[in-house]
Design a protein around this ligand. Structure first.
Ligand code: HEC
Length: 138
């Protein structure tokens, strides 16, 4: 996670000092072609290029997670976006804790519906899943 934070900081610096002042009004669109100063746009702006994202998503997709969690759509469990918004600022410390929750299950944080335990998932894989989820923070 520290890498991500650094990447975000670098990006913020690029945005702050790289852009010419008269382009300030275009800042919010984010989808248009990058200005010439950005040398590695894919790495710093596209989370799907992040290896943590790919690995975590793969593991989540292989398990049963998506039967209860969607990225944006409310379902049995909280959306992954909500989980990311709640915990991303507490990374990396919170990662092992949330991984433990995936393995052991739990309830009471988001409501009374319990999160089922996943005893077959290793701590490493569960942490990879959490890293993917936390990357979804906007
Ligand atoms: C049977 C439905 C169900 C499945 C399957 C499920 N979850 Fe959950 N999950 C929940 C519910 C319900 C909660 C909210 C629990 C609570 O309120 O404490 C939750 C909470 C979470 C949280 C947040 C925990 C917290 O303490 O805030 C994470 C992270 C999470 N799930 C990840 C996963 C992953 C990864 C998988 C797949 C391995 C998965 N879930 C599979 C229902 C499910």
């Amino acid at each position: 996670m520290r890498k991500i934070i650094m990447a975000a900081a670098v990006l913020a610096m690029l945005t702050a000092c790289g852009g010419s002042g008269d382009q300030g009004s275009k800042e919010s669109t984010g989808t248009e072609a990058k200005p010439e100063a950005t040398k590695e746009p894919a790495e710093s702006t596209d989370i799907t290029a992040n290896p943590d994202y790919k690995k975590g998503l793969e593991l989540v997709a292989q398990s049963d997670c998506f039967t209860c969690h969607k990225v944006d759509e409310a379902y049995t469990g909280p959306t992954y976006r909500q989980v990311a918004e709640k915990y991303a600022s507490q990374a990396p410390g919170v990662i092992p804790e949330l991984a433990g929750k995936i393995i052991k299950g739990g309830s009471g944080v988001w409501g009374q519906v319990p999160m089922i335990p996943h005893p077959a998932i290793s701590q490493d894989d569960a942490e990879a899943m959490v890293k993917y989820i936390l990357l979804l923070k906007k």
